[in-house]
Design a protein around this ligand. Structure first.
Ligand code: ATP
Length: 301
C-alpha cells in the first residue's frame, strides 16, 4: 500500500537559489502532518511540486504512489488550498462552489453539505469578495473537499485567522483525519499545529531538519515546558522565583518561568499568597527545539 503522500529526494532550484534540497518524507491517512519551517524555507515550493504546479529539478512527489499529473481522478483523490484559495470576488460563496463542482461533475447537494460543514450556510448567498479572511479560508476548504478526497494539502490555512478561527480549523482538521484522511498542513508558526498534528516535518533552507511523531519532537528537549503566570501584579512572584534561581521574563501582569513546573510555581504562589488570574503550562520547550532546529528567531516574520 503506497503512502498517501511520498516525497523522495525532492529538489528544486530557481537559478542560484535551492528552494528545496533533497527532501524526503511520507504522510499517512488518518493523521494530521504539520509541515513546518520559517518563511522562505521551501514549504510552498514543495507543495506546488506535489500538486504538479512546479516541476522538480530532481526527485519525485507522489500521491498514492502516483505523480499528481498522472492521477486518473485528481479532484476525488487530493484536495488542496494554496494561497488561501482562488475566488471570483463578485460571486457568492455558494456559486463559487457550484461553479467548481459543475466543472468536476459534482452536484449542488454536495455544495450544500459543504457549506454546512464549513459553517458558511448563512453567508452562502453573499459576495465572496466581502468575506472575512476566515470565511475565505473556510470556502477554500469547502472547495478542496468537493470531491471528498482522501488526501488534503493545505498551505498556511491558519494565516491571518483570529484565535477563534484557529481553534475552528484545529477541530476541523482533526475531524478530517478522524474520517481517515491524510492531512498535510503547512505553517511557519509551530503553535498553530502543535495542538493538531500527529506528525511533523520540519524544514529549514529547503532541507529536512526533523521529522516524526510530534511527541518525539517534544521529548527531544527533555526539559520542562515552562509556565506562564498572569495576574494584576506578578512582579513579586517573578522576583521570588528569580531569587530561587529560576529563569524569569515578562512584565508586571504576566511572567514566563522557563525552568519550573506548574506545581513548583503553584507552591510559591500559595506560600506567598500572591493573587493570580491564570497559570498555564506552555510548550516553550517545543518552541525552543523548533527555533534551534530552524534557526528562526521567533520574532515577527
Ligand atoms: N518562482 C520562483 N522563482 C525564484 N525563486 C523562488 C520562486 N519560488 C520560490 N522561490 C524562492 O525559494 C525559496 C523558498 O520559497 P517558498 O515560498 O517555497 O518558501 P516557504 O517556506 O513556503 O515560505 P513562505 O511561507 O514565505 O511562502 C525562497 O528563497 C523563495 O524566494
Amino acid at each position: 500500500m503506497p503512502h498517501a503522500i511520498e516525497v523522495a529526494g525532492l529538489t528544486k532550484r530557481f537559478g542560484p537559489v535551492t528552494a528545496v534540497d533533497d527532501l524526503s518524507f511520507t504522510v499517512d491517512e488518518g493523521r494530521v502532518t504539520g509541515f513546518l519551517g520559517p518563511n522562505g524555507a521551501g514549504k510552498t515550493t514543495t507543495l506546488r511540486m506535489l500538486l504538479g504546479l512546479v516541476n522538480p529539478t530532481s526527485g519525485a512527489a507522489t500521491v498514492h504512489g502516483q505523480p499528481f499529473t498522472t492521477l486518473n481522478d485528481p479532484i476525488h483523490t487530493v484536495g488542496a488550498v494554496l494561497d488561501g484559495g482562488m475566488l471570483h470576488p463578485g460571486r457568492s460563496g455558494r456559486n463559487h462552489l457550484r461553479t467548481l463542482g459543475r466543472a468536476a461533475g459534482i452536484g449542488n447537494r454536495r455544495v450544500e453539505e459543504l457549506l454546512e460543514l464549513v459553517a458558511l450556510k448563512d453567508a452562502a448567498h453573499r459576495r465572496a469578495g466581502g468575506y472575512s479572511l476566515g470565511m475565505r479560508q473556510r470556502l477554500g476548504l469547502a472547495a478542496a473537499l468537493l470531491g471528498d478526497p482522501k488526501v488534503l494539502v493545505l498551505d498556511e490555512p491558519a494565516n491571518g485567522l483570529d484565535p477563534q478561527g484557529i481553534r475552528w480549523l484545529r477541530d476541523f482538521l482533526r475531524r478530517l483525519a478522524g474520517e481517515g484522511r491524510a492531512v498535510l498542513v503547512s505553517s511557519h508558526v509551530l503553535a498553530e499545529v502543535s495542538q493538531t498534528a500527529d506528525d511533523v516535518v520540519v524544514i529549514a533552507k529547503g532541507k529536512s531538519v526533523a521529522q516524526g511523531p510530534l511527541q518525539e519532537l517534544m521529548a527531544r528537549s527533555g526539559r520542562d515546558g515552562g509556565v506562564r503566570v498572569s495576574g494584576p501584579d506578578v512582579r513579586r512572584l517573578g522576583d521570588i522565583l528569580y531569587s530561587q534561581g529560576a529563569r524569569v521574563s515578562g512584565d508586571a501582569t504576566q511572567i514566563t518561568v522557563s525552568d519550573r513546573s506548574g506545581e513548583q510555581v503553584g507552591r510559591v504562589i500559595a506560600e506567598h499568597q500572591i493573587v493570580i488570574s491564570e497559570l498555564v503550562s506552555i510548550g516553550g520547550s517545543l518552541e525552543d527545539v523548533y527555533f534551534e532546529l530552524t534557526g528562526a528567531t521567533g520574532g515577527p516574520s
